[in-house]
Design a protein around this ligand. Structure first.
Ligand code: GSH
Length: 211
C-alpha cells in the first residue's frame, strides 16, 4: 500500500492525490506540515531533509518533490497517455511541469501566503502587489498556451502537466487578489477549468473549496 505524507490544503499534496484518483491507486494518508504534525519531527526529517510535503513511500521506497512523485507514479502504472514515452512529447509535458514548479509557483507564493494564509511574514503591500502582478503575468502565459491547444496544457490530450498546472490555475481563479489588482479576464483558462471539472479527481482534490 502506498503511503502519502502531507497536509490536505497543500496544492503539492493535492496534485499527488488527484493523480492517484486518475490512476485508480489507493493509499494511506497522514497529515503532516504547518498546522498538522511538524515536518521538523526527526522521523519526518529522516524521510525528507527539506522538511517539506508531500513525501510518498512505496514499499520502503521514499520519494519527495511533488512533480517527481507524479512522474514516478505515472511511469509505475505505465500511463504513457499522462507521461508520453516519445522524447518530444514527453519533453513538452515536462517543460510545462518544470515551469509550474519553478517560474509559476514562485510568482504567486508571496501573495498567496499573505492574502490567503494570512502569514504575518507576508504582509508587505508592495511585495504583495508585485507578486500578484507576476502571478497575473504567468496566467497570461497559460492563457496563450491554452488558446493555442484549444484543450489542455501540452496539447489536445490531458497529461501530467494538467494535474500540476490545473491546481495552480484553480488557485488563481479563487484567490482574493481583486483587492490588489483587477483580475484579468482569461476565457481560455475558465474554459480549461470547466474541462477539468469533468474529472472526479479534480472535483475531489482541485475545485474542492480549498484555495
Ligand atoms: N518543491 C516542493 C515544494 C513543497 C512545498 O512547498 N511544500 C509546502 C506545502 S505546499 C511545505 O511542505 N511547507 C512546510 C510545511 O507545511 O510544514 C514540491 O513540489 O514537493
Amino acid at each position: 500500500m502506498l503511503k502519502l505524507l502531507g497536509k490536505s490544503p497543500s496544492i503539492n499534496v493535492r496534485k499527488v492525490q488527484w493523480l492517484c484518483t486518475e490512476l485508480g491507486l489507493s493509499y494511506e494518508h497522514e497529515e503532516w506540515g504547518a498546522g498538522y504534525r511538524s515536518t521538523q519531527d526527526p522521523a519526518f526529517l529522516a524521510l525528507n531533509p527539506n522538511a517539506m510535503v508531500p513525501v510518498l513511500i512505496d514499499d520502503g521506497f521514499v520519494l519527495w518533490e511533488s512533480n517527481t512523485i507524479c512522474r514516478y507514479l505515472a511511469s509505475r502504472e505505465q500511463r504513457h497517455d499522462l507521461l508520453p514515452a516519445t522524447p518530444r512529447e514527453r519533453a513538452r509535458v515536462e517543460q510545462w511541469m518544470d515551469w509550474q514548479a519553478g517560474e509559476f509557483n514562485n510568482s504567486w507564493r508571496y501573495a498567496f501566503m499573505g492574502l490567503v494564509r494570512q502569514s504575518p511574514a507576508h504582509q508587505d503591500a508592495a511585495a504583495c502587489a508585485a507578486s500578484v502582478a507576476n502571478w497575473n503575468r504567468h496566467m497570461q502565459i497559460l492563457e496563450g498556451q491554452l488558446e493555442r491547444t484549444g484543450a489542455y496544457v501540452a496539447g489536445a490530450e490531458f497529461t501530467l502537466a494538467d494535474v500540476v498546472i490545473g491546481l495552480s490555475a484553480q488557485r488563481w481563479l479563487v484567490a482574493p487578489i481583486d483587492g490588489v489588482a483587477p483580475r484579468p479576464e482569461l476565457p481560455a483558462v475558465r474554459a480549461y477549468r470547466d474541462r477539468l471539472l469533468e474529472r472526479p479527481g479534480f472535483q475531489q482534490h482541485g475545485a474542492n473549496g480549498q484555495p
